[in-house]
Design a protein around this ligand. Structure first.
Ligand code: NOJ
Ligand code: CA
Length: 706
């Protein structure tokens, strides 16, 4: 269905719309397919564009203005008239090659408004609005402007004007880093500036104002959940949100380039990323939403069956524990992660050690092995000013026989996962992309973990600016040609590009498990996962590296993992990623009975149901594995122990499931008894109801096999 309406004068718009477009006295309106969410668009008396979002008839986002500031042209602030509006409805279903679910319904109503300045230079601007049942999105299109080939944007001013002083789960709007503990405050209490004290091991802290990174999630007094983010971040810079604590207004503030002196440079015409708002009555609906992927283009890579979702082990946690090192020369990399003394530890990535991990993986239904520290350059990575030209992504250290490890892995059915730590010297990496990926292709390696520790070289560029957004994209596009998938650490945030380029399999972009091994700023708090699930996870798959069994960590007396063993298992279900690490050392798994859950748990899902949860308190998720029809349940709680009830109404009628329940022991506690775990085996059928006790920092993991 498509309709177009033309208007000559904006002043007539409101009146005409009343009669022919909507039952509202104001502006242009579209409703979500279920009618519950609406977006109203109009111009104010000064011709300034604004929008209002309603949910169930109540204002969810209040009058919010839109504007831009440029380097060479006058700002876009107002003086517009509406030329026309197009209305459209799309209802399609698409399939994820791997994901939280197989089929995704993409059903929305769209409105495209065409604006033109009343006075010279009479510039045009188009705004696309989409209303979904689970939220909304809008994006700007800059069409051709006479005499303007290239537009330099100094900032974008898109408002998200809140209706009250909502509770907000936020991390600071750092231009370089998303690896923070979440804060829970009212909007009026957001104080991101406090992070200006340098506190990062990698020095990646660049905060210019009181702003937050997205996704940022909020809850109103009436119990409505909102989360603001962006979709399809392409050739543009990442959006942070500047917080006006007095007016309870969040305003887009783009990541800039100090080197180039602007935020974004684009040739006309172009479209900006979508600005998105998840809207939900139930916290769990935020997680079930497909808003972000739906606002991206369909799969451009076609058949991607060369990558298969998998669990993996790695020569990795041992470096974070200081048991071994990345660098062969055993010099500085230990220092940054606080390892033992030189002489006590050796190089981790040896052929022999890799084979030991491969044997463990092969014996435990684990398909991949990540090896970090295999290539030359680690003696001069983090902490060095001059990192250009240091890392080599082709040359192994002398004690690591890459070809032999690949051969041995293949014999045992374990595929190698490549590792490329760029140390934030992207130009050095770009020079080697083709040769590095050609080597991987020759060896039959289909995925690589990339890393961007440290300040970006050249100076004045930031991880989340346009220049780096384009670098991360180039990596995805180049690797796709070699049938290689990317798991980026220190990445640009996920914005649903994985729909278009499914080789964007996972990323970090949060305070990962590794902080529990060495952070001087404390471990990930007990509430971390119950917040992450409703914030960071809305942007896409996470490489969180679960599975620490050695609790508390014997090498690290001053650090702790603030979860029980049951919660470590629960993470395989709670956190979504098509690659899931079993991060601990083989000797720490031994023949622990809980290892059976890691052997059994799926990594690729037919469907996902968020059974229950509250942000910062707890979350319970059930996922059905593709092909097998087995179900897995994971639940994680914060510092409070709690009782949860699960109704197994998601199971298939008439089937009996062999359930293995991994639950906190009666005396379990993350702090003094994290290992206390009871394993119970029973049969479960559809509709059964069971109650479970979660310990402080605890969890629950259930496998339901047919
Ligand atoms: C930081 C990553 O998050 C971590 O997983 C990796 O081991 C180090 N960088 C080294 O690349
Ligand atoms: Ca990291």
């Amino acid at each position: 269905m498509k309709r177009t309406i033309f208007y000559l004068l904006s002043l007539t718009v409101a009146f005409m719309l009343t009669s022919c477009q909507s039952n509202s006295p104001e502006g242009f309106i579209i409703d979500s397919p279920d009618g519950n969410i609406s977006i109203e668009f109009d111009l104010n008396g000064a011709g300034v564009p604004f929008y209002v979002v309603k949910h169930g008839g109540n204002v969810a986002i209040d009058t919010s203005k839109m504007g831009f500031e440029f380097q060479k042209q006058q700002a876009i602030k107002g003086g517009f008239a509406i030329q026309s509006a197009d209305f459209n409805e799309i209802n399609e279903t698409w399939e994820m090659p791997w994901g939280e679910q197989r089929e995704v319904i993409n059903h929305y109503k769209e409105m495209v408004v065409d604006l033109e300045e009343v006075d010279a230079p009479n510039r045009e601007l188009k705004i696309y609005f989409r209303a979904y049942d689970d939220g909304i999105g809008f994006r700007y299109e800059f069409p051709e402007w006479e005499g303007v080939e290239e537009l330099i944007i100094m900032d974008e001013f898109t408002e998200f004007n809140m209706t009250g002083d909502h509770t907000c789960w936020w991390i600071p709007g750092d231009w370089d880093n998303y690896e923070y503990k979440y804060n829970t405050t009212k909007i009026s209490g957001i104080d991101a500036i406090k992070y200006l004290v340098p506190n990062s091991h990698s020095g990646r802290v660049h905060i210019v104002e009181n702003s937050v990174n997205t996704p940022v999630t909020l809850k109103t007094e009436d119990g409505l959940y909102l989360s603001i983010h962006e979709a399809n971040l392409t050739d543009y810079s990442g959006m942070t949100l500047k917080v006006d604590t007095a007016n309870l207004d969040l305003v887009s503030s783009l990541v800039g380039s100090d080197r180039l002196g602007y935020k974004v440079k684009r040739a006309l015409p172009f479209k900006t990323p979508w600005r998105t708002i998840h809207i939900a009555d139930r916290a769990g609906d935020l997680i079930e939403s497909n808003l972000i992927v739906n606002m991206n283009e369909p799969n451009r890579l076609g058949d991607v069956s060369w990558f298969e979702p998998m669990k993996y082990v790695g020569i990795w946690w041992e470096m974070h524990l200081g048991v071994s090192t990345w660098d062969y020369e055993i010099t500085q990399s230990m220092n940054s992660f606080g390892g033992g003394d030189a002489g006590e530890v050796g190089h981790g990535a040896t052929t022999e050690n890799a084979k030991r991990y491969i044997d463990f993986a092969a014996a435990n239904n684990i398909g991949g092995l990540l090896v970090e520290g295999w290539n030359t350059g680690w003696d001069r990575w983090a902490g060095f000013e001059d990192r250009e030209g240091v890392f080599d992504f082709i040359t192994p250290y002398p004690d690591y026989d890459l070809e032999e490890v690949v051969r041995y892995g293949r014999e045992k059915g374990v595929e190698l996962i490549m590792h490329h730590e760029t140390s934030s010297a992207p130009r050095t990496y770009e020079q080697q992309l083709d040769t590095a990926y050609a080597l991987m292709q020759r060896l039959g390696i289909h995925s690589v973990k990339t890393g961007y520790v440290g300040k970006i070289i050249p100076k004045g560029e930031y991880h989340h600016g346009q220049w780096m957004v384009n670098h991360y994209r180039k990596v995805l596009e180049t690797s796709a040609k070699y049938e290689i998938a990317i798991n980026a650490h220190e990445p640009i945030k996920g914005t649903g590009i994985r729909r278009t380029l499914p080789n964007a399999i996972a990323r970090e972009g949060l305070r990962g498990q590794e902080y529990n091994a060495w952070s001087k700023d404390g471990s990930n708090p007990t509430e971390h996962i119950p917040i992450v699930a409703f914030t960071r996870m809305l942007s896409g798959p996470i490489d969180y590296t679960p599975g620490v069994f050695d609790l508390p960590i014997k090498q690290r007396e001053n650090n702790s993992v603030m979860t029980t063993l049951a919660q470590q298992l629960a993470l395989y279900v709670v956190i979504y990623g098509p690659i899931q690490m079993a991060c601990d050392l083989p000797e720490n798994y031994g023949d622990h009975p809980a290892l059976q859950f890691i052997r059994d748990v799926g990594v690729d899902w037919e469907q996902t149901k968020v059974l229950d949860g509250e942000i910062g308190d707890f979350v319970t998720i059930a996922r059905e594995e593709r092909e097998t029809g087995n179900w897995f349940v994971g639940s994680a709680t914060d510092e409070n122990g709690r009782e949860i009830t699960i109704t197994f109404d998601f199971l298939e009628e008439g089937k009996t499931y062999q359930a293995a329940i991994y639950k906190d022991g009666a005396d379990a506690h993350w702090d003094d008894n994290p290992q206390s775990l009871d394993i119970e085996k029973i049969e479960i059928t559809k509709g059964q109801e069971m109650t479970f006790q979660l310990a402080p920092g605890g969890g629950l993991a259930i496998s339901l096999m047919q």
